[in-house]
Write a protein that binds this ligand. Structure first.
Ligand code: NAP
Length: 273
């Protein structure tokens, strides 16, 4: 069975459209990427399409090196016409991720990379929480009550796994969270007992039916390109046992809608947090 993520995205878009009517300036998003791979390019295209459909100005910048990235961040952070700055992750391994995160003006940091916003997240303040993690939580709360549920998050990136696990622990959700990563031993043994699995690994068919309990919920964050097609981290046959988000048309569409909603809310706030 599949979770209808498109209808979740639609309701977020409806809110965004009604907020845009109240904005005195045209909301503007700048999306910066460094040597994007195919999965990132597909995500950026969907951002552009969504921005156009909602009436948000969208600028895409492709960068080759770290100095250019720093210059772009300084320029866009100071530019008053910019209401949201997005930087694609993961960055190349030789880049100083924390230095770059500091350069994103915290009040335009719609993807929650700046350490100030990461810290706010720990205190349960989610206005600038990473959008993918926000999408995961939004999807889960629309299909289940998380309180006391056993949730296994596979992946611990600062973009997805880590913020998702922090958000799931917030007292109004109170899931019991286990985080797995590449050094975790016997992941199938852990996932088999889970009510909910969030898989954010970046490996096609990583999650197989043997790893999943009957009638559990699976949120598939992965975006992988196999034979020119976009697929998730969950094997297609998992859908026969669990309630699963599709790929494409799942977490990605909700994430993009949340991103745009943030830009508009930020434009309405006048870029103040
Ligand atoms: N739908 C969306 O909106 C959206 C947004 C962002 C990303 N994504 C997709 O989500 C996936 C994950 O993205 P990311 O940015 O989190 O990637 P990432 O930074 O590469 O992190 C991958 C995580 O998976 C873990 N991992 C790798 N191999 C593993 C294994 N064999 N067993 C268990 N854990 C393993 C890694 O563990 P270690 O920490 O130990 O290395 C790491 O924590 C990618 O496919 C990406 O394209 C989708």
């Amino acid at each position: 069975m599949l979770i209808d993520c498109k209808s979740i995205a639609k309701s977020i878009d409806e809110e965004t459209l009604s907020l845009i009517q109240k904005a005195s300036v045209k909301p503007r998003l700048v999306s910066i990427s460094v040597k994007p791979d195919q999965g990132t390019i597909s995500y950026l295209r969907s951002q552009q399409k969504k921005a156009q459909s909602l009436g948000i100005e969208y600028e895409m910048i492709n960068i080759d090196d770290e100095v250019q990235l720093e210059e772009s961040l300084l320029r866009t952070s100071q530019d008053e016409s910019v209401h949201g700055i997005f930087v694609s992750h993961p960055l190349p391994p030789n880049f100083d991720e924390i230095k770059i995160a500091h350069l994103i003006e915290a009040n335009k940091d719609i993807e929650g990379r700046n350490p100030l916003n990461m810290g706010r997240l720990v205190y349960g303040m989610e206005d600038f929480a990473p959008c993918t993690a926000t999408a995961v939580v939004r999807i889960l709360t629309s299909v289940t009550n998380l309180t006391g549920k056993s949730v296994v998050v596979i992946g611990r990136s600062t973009t997805v796994g880590l913020p998702t696990s922090i958000m799931l622990l917030r007292r109004d959700r109170s899931a019991t969270v286990t985080v797995c990563h590449s050094k975790t031993k016997d992941i199938p043994q852990i996932t088999k007992n889970a009510d909910v699995i969030v898989v954010a690994v970046g490996k096609a068919c990583f999650l197989t039916p043997e790893m999943v309990r009957d009638n559990s919920v699976v949120v598939d964050v992965g975006i992988n390109v196999v034979d020119g097609k976009i697929v998730g981290d969950s094997d297609i046959s998992v859908q026969q046992k669990a309630l699963v988000t599709p790929v494409p048309g799942g977490v990605g569409v909700v994430t993009t809608s949340i991103l745009m909603n943030r830009v508009v809310k930020n434009a309405l706030r006048g870029g103040k947090n």
